[in-house]
Design a protein around this ligand. Sequence first.
Ligand SMILES: [Zn+2]
Ligand SMILES: [Zn+2]
Length: 179
Amino acid sequence: MTYETNVAALGEKTSNLIEGLWVKHMTGTLSFDEFSVTATRLLVSAQAKGVAISELTLAGYFQQAGLAVPAFQGLQTVASTDGLQKAVATIAASDLDTVMQLRRLATAEVMEAAGNGYQKAMKGYKQIEGYTRGLDSGACELCRWLYKDGFVYPAGQSMHRHKGCLCHPVPTFKNVPKG
Ligand SMILES: [Zn+2]
Ligand SMILES: [Zn+2]
């Protein structure tokens, strides 16, 4: 499992769960408030799992480089419960396909949390010197251009991401022979 497949799988799983909750609401098993509260809680926990994927991925790179794996930072996601609840309510009130929008929200939240968590974790580890762009399997032209034949970006520079981008920084380390 790679960063990309893990994040995609989490996004898919979260989408399925939130869709299931919506179906329960539509069939009368859950009131709207129950749906909204449960869906928001689901999204917050999915965000935390997204961050955990990032920390695990980074730990894997330390291991590959023969370095001691640093203790997890246990990064807190800045969960905006209010914001999520509002997003869910907006979707439910809109005329557009609710399931499609809920799935899109779940996928986007997971990707955001994983991507932001990765960036924060990178900056927290002093051993990391820089990173190359780890392209996702469907990398667009811009992302491939930003790869720049394996150019090493400085660790302090945030990696450019865009909606739907599952590229991730592949760290290079201080005092480790490259190649
Ligand atoms: Zn791209
Ligand atoms: Zn990308």
